[in-house]
Write a protein that binds this ligand. Sequence first.
Ligand SMILES: NC(=O)c1ccc[n+]([C@@H]2O[C@H](COP(=O)([O-])OP(=O)(O)OC[C@H]3O[C@@H](n4cnc5c(N)ncnc54)[C@H](OP(=O)(O)O)[C@@H]3O)[C@@H](O)[C@H]2O)c1
Length: 318
Amino acid sequence: MRGGVTVIESSDLRMTKMPLNHGGGEMPALGFGTLIPDAAVTLTATRGALEAGFRHFDCAERYRNEREVGEALKAGLAAGGIAREDIFVTTKLWNTNHRPERVEPAFEASLDRLGLDYLDLYLIHTPFAFQPGDDQDPRDQNGNILYDHGVTLLDTWRAMESLVDHGKCRAIGLSDIGLNELAHLYESARIKPAVIQVEAHPYLPETELLEFCKEKDIVFLAGAPLGHGIRPGPLEEPVIMAIAARVGKTPAQVLLAWAVQRGTAVLAKTRTAARAKENFNISALPQDALDEINRIQTRQRFNEVVKTGSPGFIPQGR
Ligand SMILES: NC(=O)c1ccc[n+]([C@@H]2O[C@H](COP(=O)([O-])OP(=O)(O)OC[C@H]3O[C@@H](n4cnc5c(N)ncnc54)[C@H](OP(=O)(O)O)[C@@H]3O)[C@@H](O)[C@H]2O)c1
C-alpha cells in the first residue's frame, strides 16, 4: 500500500487479472471499449483489438453495435484459434429496462445480438431509470428526460441477482455510480457488486471510491482513461507527456499503465488496429512516475452521465 492505494508491481501489466467476488472468475485488467458509433468501424476495430491481444471487451445495449461486436468476436476467435472461455465479455442494461420484469428480456436480447451463450459480466449502465419502452432516450416535449419513479435501483439489482442465480451471467455490477449510492446498494445486496465502471483518469482519480472498492473486493473499472481522447486533456497533460518521453512510451501507454498499477482495471477504445497494438503494449512505470501522476492537481470530468443518466459520446439514430 502507498498512500492508501495498492500498487501493482508486475512487469507485464498486460497479463494482470482481477479476481471477481461470488465465484465470478477473473477479469483481464486491460479491456477494450466498444463505444464506437460506426458499424463497419466497430467490426474492424473489435477484430483489431482481439488481434492486438485484448481479451476483455466492454459492450452495451446503448452502444447499438452489439451485433457487430459479436460478429467480429466470432470471426476473430475462429481465425485465431481462441476459445470463448479465453475472452471476457461485458454488456450493460440500459436505463429504459430497469423494471425488474424487463431485466431478463433485455439481457437475453443483448446475448442474442452478441451471438453468445453466456456473459462474463452484466452491468446496470447507470443508476437512473428512464420511462420503460423502446425509445432509449424518452423525453417530454420540452426535451426533458422522462424518468421512471416506479422502480428503485435495489428492485433492478434483485433482478440482476436472479440472473446470477440462474447461471445466465457470472458476475454483476454497476456503472456510472457514486460512492453514496454504491455504499447504500452494497448494504442491501444479497450478491455484492463484483465490478463498478466509472470515468477515471489522472484528472478524475476517484480515490475515495477506489478505496471503498478495494476494501469491499469490488473491481474498479476505469472508463474513458484517455479522457475520451478530448484535447486538451490527460493525453496532452505536460506531466504525462514528460513521463512518456522519459520512459520511451506514448502518453496513452502511460495513462493505461498508471491505471493498472494503481489497482484498477481499465478500458481503452480506439478505432484503429495500430492504436489497439499501442494500447495493449503497456509496461510498468517506475515509482517516481506514478508519484508524479498522483500529484497532478487538475480536476475535470468529461462525461456528465453520472448527473442525469443521459450519456454523451453515444451514437445516435441507428
Ligand atoms: N459506462 C459508461 O457510461 C461509459 C462512458 C464512457 C466510456 N465507457 C467505456 O469506456 C470505454 C473507453 O472510453 P472512451 O472510448 O469514451 O474514451 P477513451 O478510451 O478515454 O478515449 C478514446 C479516444 O482516444 C483516442 N485514442 C485511443 N487510443 C489512443 C492513443 N493510443 N493515442 C491517442 N489517442 C488515442 C481514440 O481515438 P481513435 O479512435 O481515433 O484512436 C478515441 O477518440 C468506452 O468504449 C466504453 O466501453 C463507459
